[in-house]
Design a protein around this ligand. Sequence first.
Ligand code: ADP
Ligand code: MG
Length: 616
Amino acid sequence: MNAGFFIRSLLVLLPVFGVALGFALPALGLGPWQDSAFAAFTIPVLVVLSYDIVASLRRGEVGLDIVALLSMAAALFVGEELAAVVVALMYAGGQFLEAYAERHARREMTALLARVPRTAVRHRGDGLEEVALDLVAPGDRLLIRQGDVVPVDGVVASGLAVLDQSALTGESIPVEQKAGETVMSGSTNAGEAFDLTASHRAAESTYAGIVRLVDGAQRSKAPMSRLADRFALAFLAVTVLIAALAWFFTGDPVRAVAVLVIATPCPLILAVPVAIVSGLSRAARHGILIKGGKAMEALARIQSLVLDKTGTLTDGRAKVVAIDILGNDDQADVFRLAASLDQASKHIIAQTIVAEAQNRQLSLTRPSEVVETPGEGVEGVVEGRKVAVGGLKFVRSKLLPGAESPDRSDAAAGGVVVAIAIDGRWAGEIRLADELRAGTEAFLQHLRTLGVERVVLATGDRREVAETIVAGLGFDAVRAGLTPDQKVLVVLSERKSGPVMMIGDGVNDAPALAAADVGVAMGARGAAASAEAADVVILVDHLDRIVPAIEIARRSRLIALEGVFAGIGLSIVGMVVAAFGYITPVQGALIQEVIDVAVILNALRALGDGSAATKA
Ligand code: ADP
Ligand code: MG
């Protein structure tokens, strides 16, 4: 991108110099060399352009750059050297403008990466030491000074934290966090200094996850948009046809050149990427990472929504309400073994259980031989004992033949139940209250007004839990007890009725996210296979951010389309006028540049607020 930007800048200077030199030559008594000067400074642009075209044809892409190539070559061929060098200038200028606009639009996303802290201030004995970020381990006590970016995820150890999360979430009002509350890395300390107990290493913290995702999204040179491709061939055909007709009926090749020139460089090449990148950038300001033009377009058109339950529809910060023990085991012991094992899992309920155990000051030990079945549960060895933790079905399947397992099908229908088996025997269950996110009802209604026709729940949890929690919310279907593969099937069957958005948070959602037209992952916490499989990542813990994301996507798409139609319309009018001989090639090149600048300025509107994109 940077090298490209440099070459583009250099490429504009050549024809600028060529034009200046050409017009200076007669004054120096070298008039006859004027046309050669124009031609000489067109040729490098022509060479670079041909190279680009060959490269894109190899990738199987037919771009509109071909029109630019045709018009420059044709102008040189018929002896319109001035027109040729002006087209070269306009083309190179258009490329430069586009690169500039794209950089401008990406600034927001780049800003997110620029703030990454490199060191942290750690308590040691009575003193403090500055350490490299990689050396910070969970349990370390860090001092977060005023203005510092919180380097790792952690818990407020003392004092009151006032955090500005605007760079991550777009939320401008600082949030206050008391001792014992969790702090997301990447926030800025907007209040007094406070102490933080690290809960994750830097590389496993939220901020690192976000940075990795943004970085990856920027690096991927995926095709910006299918929108432009769809129109490219048609526009190419129309241009060549009008040029050919003009030549055929007048016998004057200069007419054809004027037509080609006016079609170059095409607003299609400019309007669409600029509008889309502007939209991506604007979404980033709301804490939403959209991974490219394709995802953005799909987001603008979704008709069905498939939602995961735990951690997506519910906020995942479940509370442990009861621990029921079956036999004579000590309750704290069972809980400690289960939590020790769950340390190895990234499942959101597992994390809740670990946090609760730490709250109860239980000392957890390291599990070994851990095997996780995503969305069902996890098994492994803790302190020499074989432990299984997870859903009822999963844990039942881990019991020794003949072992007793209580029938809990009707118990606490609405709450999450995590079962525990130790050494092949049923040990007990942990009951958790996992509530709907605040504002879920309004969120779903908002989506309906945006044209979402079907809303389906797809959960790995039990049917009783699922149905209780969505009662009254107007879901069109509830699919429960699903494995990751079955979630994919739900998405595929919904796709029959239109573009589908799937929102999920867990590893068990990743395949379904990939299968959907738009996969949306909640949060970028740690590894998050889901965030990698997804097209859109909600970087913050607010499900309803998807509403502004859809609105931004629609607005950007609309602006891109406007640019395409207005730009193409004007170009075609110009081509027809040129075909009738009212515009010379040089005039044509100038007119087209005015159109292109207008189109780019219009596309940059997608960066702004607009009336359609309301705040969430
Ligand atoms: P959803 O699909 O709604 O997000 P999941 O399939 O992720 O739900 O989880 C369903 C249930 O599986 C949880 O409520 C919990 O009982 C159990 N579960 C899965 N993995 C684990 C784990 N690692 N630790 C504890 N419980 C788990
Ligand atoms: Mg989930």
